[in-house]
Write a protein that binds this ligand. Structure first.
Ligand SMILES: [Fe+2]
Length: 240
């Protein structure tokens, strides 16, 4: 039996476990359905490698590395990861520079460039497809072993839109919303509207971190109660 899907946050501007380095950005290792993936790489490869080592996470074991969007705080560790793991499949989308994609093709065994349609990467593990925003972004949607989840890098398209897209793709409610929710510049009214929208979509557990912002994190904690799970670098979450 494969273990329950689980996620380890390797890079995050919020701290969680002691002894790790916290810098702006987001990266997480996901294990689900017998597969190992890396979702984004944070802003700094050295920090990512150091944190992964401290957490006992082998970056070389990831079969696939998916990038949510082009911003520096998500692709900054790209070189370090490829150096350690040239055989991983790299997944970007059509919003990435064609020059970068061409270079990636010379450095990696396989590069997948996702368009607007969802793409199944492994059974029950999908890219939402590129959602239009500034910049465009893809997220992961999971429907594995009875667990449904969305993992977001920065949620530039809006976290409720990403969750709604995920639900449309898997045809059922998404339990978990995890990652950057991009509410750091939002007023409380918009934050609360977003939280209610997620609750209406059936999201029962949230891990709002990275660019979610302190005000929104506190609001999620208040409105989700026990369904709020603190993020931050070093956080390991078993998805049930
Ligand atoms: Fe970000």
């Amino acid at each position: 039996m494969t273990p329950s899907p689980n996620l380890t946050i390797l890079s995050d501007n919020y701290a969680f476990a002691p002894g790790l380095t916290s810098v702006w950005g987001f990266a997480a290792r996901l294990r689900a359905g017998g597969h190992t993936l890396l979702f984004d790489t944070g802003s700094n490869g050295r920090v990512l490698v150091r944190n992964a080592e401290a957490l006992g996470v082998d970056l070389g074991a990831a079969e696939l590395v998916i990038f949510s969007h082009i911003h520096w705080d998500h692709i900054g560790g790209m070189d370090s990861v490829i150096e350690l793991n040239p055989h991983a499949t790299v997944v970007v989308h059509e919003g990435f520079s064609k020059h970068l994609v061409a270079d990636l093709r010379t450095m990696c065994d396989r590069v997948i460039v996702v368009g607007e349609e969802p793409v199944e990467l492994f059974p029950g593990i999908l890219s939402t497809g590129m959602l239009a925003a500034e910049p465009p972004e893809q997220s992961l949607v999971l429907d594995v072993d009875g667990v449904t989840a969305v993992i977001s890098g920065c949620a530039h398209p809006g976290i409720e839109r990403i969750v709604a897209r995920g639900e449309e793709i898997i045809g059922k409610p998404v339990d978990w919303a995890i990652g950057g929710f991009h509410l750091m510049y939002s007023e409380m009214e918009e934050i609360e509207r977003t939280i209610r929208a997620l609750q209406d979509l059936g999201v029962s557990r949230v891990v709002p971190t990275h660019c979610t912002g302190n005000l929104a994190r506190a609001a999620f904690q208040r409105l989700y109660g026990p369904g709020y799970v603190e993020g931050g670098v070093g956080r390991e979450i078993t998805l049930t």
